[in-house]
Design a protein around this ligand. Structure first.
Ligand SMILES: C[S@@+](CC[C@H](N)C(=O)[O-])C[C@H]1O[C@@H](n2cnc3c(N)ncnc32)[C@H](O)[C@@H]1O
Length: 232
């Protein structure tokens, strides 16, 4: 009897603790933190954006999620090559590290012969693919030309505009410093206007990482589908 009362009491106090923690740190703490950011609009935007992103992620909204090994036949042990001192692995946000990990894993597990990437920026992911694919793989990577002669033909987001400005005039790609970078072929053009015909049904792994507006993601996805070979 005493034991049952004790167990019941423990369960009750656990429930009370969860409610208290949710109220204090989640609801009150979260909102107080937002108030403190009122004088710093860009930090406040970041707070809201990451909060929403995290919530959508853990609440399972958006596209259905699957584990990598459920989609691709994956050996129990796989070695991947990473760039631990530059780029995304040095960001405080762990989401980027996860992206890098899975892109490298895709390269290793699928062993693609032809990779096509839309969105080079500094060439980080192009080099990542170069490091994690067979010796004879070719990585095509497409970006807007660095000379401002070609601007986006479809609507873009604020983040796209920031990326495009960051990319403008810079051709100091990371892959140029690495021997595996010889596998990379740089292409220039607006992905919505680019002539993808030579790549139709040739690509084993197509990575879309250009502009993020609905119009661009739709257009890039349709091009990716016609470029990807059967089984790619
Ligand atoms: C998210 S960054 C790519 C990051 C890169 N994949 C990496 O992780 O190393 C997006 C890139 O897409 C490029 N981009 C934006 N709009 C584009 C377009 N319409 N056509 C081609 N590239 C575009 C930007 O210039 C920018 O370099």
């Amino acid at each position: 009897m005493v034991r049952e009362v004790y167990t019941c009491f423990r369960k009750l106090s656990q429930i009370v603790n969860v409610i208290r923690a949710s109220l204090v740190s989640g609801f009150i703490g979260g909102n107080l933190a937002t108030l403190a950011l009122l004088r710093h609009p860009s930090a406040a935007m970041g707070y809201i954006q990451y909060g929403l992103f995290g919530w959508r992620f853990i609440s399972g909204q958006g596209l259905p999620q699957s584990h990598f090994h459920e989609l691709f036949a994956t050996p129990k042990y796989v070695s991947i090559d990473l760039l631990p001192t530059i780029g995304y692995l040095t960001y405080w946000d762990a989401n980027y590290a996860k992206d890098v990990f899975y892109l490298a894993l895709l390269g290793r597990v699928l062993s693609p012969k032809i990779v096509f990437e839309i969105g080079t920026l500094q060439g980080y992911t192009a080099l990542l693919f170069a490091l994690n694919t067979p010796r004879d793989t070719i990585i095509y990577t497409l970006d807007l030309p660095p000379d401002d002669l070609c601007s986006p033909s479809l609507p873009t987001t604020i983040i796209d505009d920031a990326h495009i400005t960051a990319h403008a005039h810079s051709t100091e790609y990371l892959y140029r410093d690495h021997p595996a970078g010889t596998k990379v072929r740089q292409l220039y053009g607006d992905s919505a206007q680019f002539d993808f015909t030579p790549y139709h049904e040739k690509v084993d792994l197509f990575f879309i990482d250009g502009a993020h507006s609905y119009e661009y993601v739709r257009s890039d996805s349709l091009n990716a589908l016609v470029c990807t070979r059967r089984g790619g």
